[in-house]
Design a binder for this molecule. Structure first.
Ligand code: SAJ
Length: 446
């Protein structure tokens, strides 16, 4: 039975269903269609299904847009809202649904559970199910396998195969990373590893590493938790530099000349669909047993504090020019969670906007990549957002904000303007020379 599926995969004849058409799911569906498989993408949102069915990606991602358009025209990729039917008609089902955490940082597996129940309805002997979603340790083996078995009456690892294959794509370069990154394949059992490696060999140029499904889940969480901790070091170091009276960016530049040192960039916070939640997914099973995190969780909390610190810098700079934030207009540059993307999930910019509005400031937001303004005013370009403002806050490191014409901007603002650089992408000396009351994350120089 395993050989039959492997043969169909190698011949490009295995039919594939991809459940969840977020950035990862749509990239996955388009890439397998691109190499010749017949793929059906599934999403519960009708507008997403309509966009994909008409050959459009619903992400601001040119490369993905072109790829989706091509494979839909070739009739290799279709889209539907019917998970059960798509699973029934597929030989391989790849689950890419969201796995958020709740307000109290508990894993929310409702989307995954629903997807598995629907897939189980369409499951039959000889199929492969792959979970690409990032999940809390043990989920594939103890939750997904059980739901699939219960709904299908089949035995996992014998009647069907199951694997966890974490995605490693970064918004902004999803297609290139999907193909080139090393891929970890964690099988429910060894047969599941064999079949899944064959599947990803058809689309991955990078190395494919086989392991068990729980190790694959934890490896993914390690990657993002490690990055979050590293960014937290840069952020705490920036707070120290502000107190010492040096510029953290200059000191980091010098320290990083050591071959063993690579301090990350300090900023006004860590956002996006992954880093703000993955450390909590990693800690969840051990916190339940009383484990107390002394590094990962405090680092996560520090990164969340950085948007408050940006607010503190705004208040301080306005006070230095005799203004009160509650009677000031603040222009927030950037809504997206990082430069050159339109994603605003968990964006530090949202926390900054909400905090400033809570202090009574009039807030206006401009982002060249998205329309989001988190309930604040919305501007159509840089000149529009800075007009009559008392303070600018750079919240996202979009390239466009690295090239601000500070002299022209100052002329559009109220007198005695302030500039708070939350991403340290503007030259502090130039800003001060242009007459701004300057503040920046990690900028301790006077
Ligand atoms: N950030 C900093 N300082 C830095 C780097 C980033 O403040 O030095 C901030 C960014 O502004 C952003 C947040 O952190 O708000 C996350 O940015 P990111 O560059 O980590 O990018 P993500 O979250 O889009 O992608 C991460 C990547 N994981 C790793 O690099 C280990 C990506 O490879 C994963 O595929 C992705 O999470 C995911 O989907 O898991």
């Amino acid at each position: 039975m395993k050989q039959e599926l492997v043969k169909m995969i190698r011949a490009g004849e295995a039919r594939i269903a991809v459940i969840g058409l977020g950035h990862v799911g749509l990239t996955t569906a388009a890439m397998f269609a691109h190499v010749g498989f017949q793929v059906k993408g599934v999403d519960l949102k009708k507008d997403v299904v309509e966009a994909v069915s008409s050959g459009k990606s619903h992400f601001r991602d040119l490369e993905l847009d072109e790829l989706v358009g091509k494979v839909v025209r070739q009739r290799r990729l279709g889209a539907t809202t019917d998970t059960q039917r798509a699973a029934r008609e597929a030989d391989v089902v790849i689950i890419c649904v969201q796995t958020p955490v709740t307000e109290d940082k508990e894993p929310d597996q409702s989307y995954l559970g629903k997807a598995c129940e629907d897939v189980a309805e369409g499951l039959s002997r000889g199929k492969l199910v792959v979970v690409q979603s990032t999940v809390t340790p043990g989920t594939t083996k103890n939750f997904v396998a059980r739901v699939l078995e219960k709904g299908s009456g089949l035995k996992c690892g014998e009647d069907f195969w199951l694997a966890n294959c974490p995605e490693r794509i970064t918004p902004g370069k999803v297609v290139q990373e999907f193909v080139e990154n090393v891929r970890v394949v964690g099988g429910y059992n060894s047969e599941s590893v064999v079949v899944t490696v064959e599947l990803f060999k058809t689309v991955t140029k990078g190395e494919i590493l086989g392991t068990d499904c729980t190790s694959a889940e934890v490896a993914k969480l390690a990657e993002n938790s490690f990055r979050d901790v590293n960014i937290a070091f840069a952020n705490e170091f920036a707070l120290i530099c502000e107190q010492i009276g040096v510029d953290a960016m200059e000191v980091i530049r010098l320290a990083n000349t050591h071959p063993n040192v690579s301090v990350h960039k300090p900023g006004c916070g860590v956002g996006g669909p992954c880093l703000p939640k993955d450390p909590y997914l990693l800690l969840h099973p051990v916190k339940e047993k009383g484990f107390e995190s002394r590094v990962i969780e405090p680092c996560r909390e520090l990164n969340d504090y950085m948007s408050n610190h940006a607010g503190e810098l705004v208040i301080e700079a306005l006070k230095k020019v005799g203004k009160d934030v509650s009677h000031s207009k603040v222009a927030v540059l950037g809504a997206a969670y990082k430069g050159e993307v339109d994603e605003t999930k968990n964006s530090p910019s949202e926390r900054i906007v909400c905090e400033l509005m809570g202090l009574g400031a009039e807030v206006v937001v401009y982002d060249p990549y998205c329309e989001e303004s988190f309930g604040a005013g919305k501007a159509k370009d840089v000149n529009d957002v800075v007009r009559d403002a008392d303070c600018i806050v750079i919240a996202t490191d979009h390239k466009k904000f690295r090239e601000l014409k500070l002299g022209r901007i100052k002329a559009l603002m109220n007198e005695k303007p302030a500039l708070i650089d939350g991403r340290r992408i503007v030259d502090p000396i130039e800003a001060k020379k242009q007459g701004f009351m300057y503040g920046g994350i990690g900028y301790g120089a006077k």
